[in-house]
Ligand binder design. Structure first.
Ligand SMILES: NC(=O)c1ccc[n+]([C@@H]2O[C@H](COP(=O)([O-])OP(=O)(O)OC[C@H]3O[C@@H](n4cnc5c(N)ncnc54)[C@H](OP(=O)(O)O)[C@@H]3O)[C@@H](O)[C@H]2O)c1
Length: 314
């Protein structure tokens, strides 16, 4: 079977013929229909993650497909799968037949395409857990969401609107305004983030960008409000004037989806139902399995929209 293989950190992934996996206790074999290429796969590939599979390895922490052999899951079942060591401890999902731990699988409803089933988990559960489990968002509250064109940000905007919050979406430039749902206000960052945001005061900030964008957005949270910190694409440090910060009394709340994986799994059926009936939307960009390197490059570029997924093209 074909699999994408990585032979060293930062080395270009290549497609190779490898032996097809055989069924083992505790494992399920899944015919891959779509496999996500996400930021975490890049982090593992660069050697910056806590752990990585032994070289050479097949990357990929998420996918969707059809069960072909299992002791616990019915053959022919549509599934999504992620985590449990896939693509981080042992071979992952960028291959034609995935050898997955039984517990990595979840049911994929018929109404959800494989590409969405592959990509939905990380961005939609992160957005859901950030808003509901971490921030405890209430109807009528005002929310500022940075990186609103990103996968997590765009889902946070949609979910906050569904929760009847007043949403202000922050985008990087004017060409992205049309991507934001009509129920949300939009602010364009431009060259001076602080002055672009100074017209707004909110109960809650959900920051998916970090660095100077977080520094500019944090003062826009009202006293006794809260800020959920999700990502740090634009920078992983934040300088705080402690005296000023203490006077403002804003709670900084980290999102750690590794620790909150059970909450994400609990939310998954509801999120899939919303994706199936169109209440939630997630953009996906398909790439052929042999174009994994192109997909990794695409997700690292500013201005890309949605999630990259590898498809087998059968
Ligand atoms: N804490 C957790 O457990 C957790 C869970 C999931 C994801 N994350 C992290 O959350 C972050 C967002 O993930 P994602 O999947 O949504 O990523 P994504 O789809 O690549 O989106 C990134 C967003 O950030 C914006 N952005 C990037 N650099 C920027 C800058 N310098 N100034 C202004 N805007 C900038 C992008 O705007 P453009 O379109 O203009 O580039 C885009 O809107 C990532 O860092 C990811 O690792 C964390």
């Amino acid at each position: 079977m074909k699999a994408v293989r990585v032979h060293a950190f930062d080395a270009l992934p290549v497609i190779e013929d490898v032996p097809a996996p055989t069924l083992r206790p505790g494992r399920t074999l899944v015919r891959m229909e779509a496999a996500t290429v996400g930021h975490i796969d890049r982090t593992v590939w660069r050697g910056s993650f806590l752990k990585h599979p032994p070289f050479p390895y097949t990357p990929g922490v998420e996918a969707a497909g059809v069960v072909v052999a299992s002791h616990v899951h019915p053959e022919g079942q549509r599934v999504w799968l992620r985590g449990s060591g896939l693509g981080t401890l042992f071979d992952g999902t960028w291959c034609e037949v995935i050898d997955a731990p039984d517990e990595a699988l979840g049911l994929l409803p018929d109404g959800v395409p494989f590409t969405i089933g592959s990509a939905f988990f990380s961005p939609s559960t992160s957005a859901w857990v950030a808003l509901h489990d971490v921030a405890r968002l209430a109807a009528g509250e005002s929310v500022l969401i940075t990186g609103a064109t990103g996968a997590v940000g765009s889902l946070a905007v949609q979910l906050a609107l569904d929760a009847r919050a007043e949403v202000t979406a922050v985008v990087a430039d004017a060409s992205q305004v049309a991507w934001i749902p009509s129920g949300a206000k939009v602010l364009v960052l431009g060259d001076d983030p602080a002055s672009s945001l100074d017209s707004v005061l909110v109960d809650l900030l959900v920051d998916t960008v970090g660095g100077p964008v977080l520094a500019a957005a944090l003062p826009q949270v009202r006293a006794d409000g809260r800020a959920v910190l999700v990502g740090y694409t634009a920078g992983n440090t934040l300088a705080l004037d402690i005296a000023h910060f203490l006077q403002r009394d804003v709670s900084l709340l980290p999102l750690n989806m590794f620790r909150r994986e059970p909450a994400g799994r609990a939310a998954a059926p509801e999120l899939l139902a919303r994706l199936a009936d169109g209440r939630l939307k997630l953009d996906v960009q398909p790439f052929a399995l042999e174009d994994a390197a192109k997909a990794m490059d695409w997700i690292s570029q500013r201005g890309h929209r949605g999630r990259a997924v590898l498809v087998t093209g059968r």
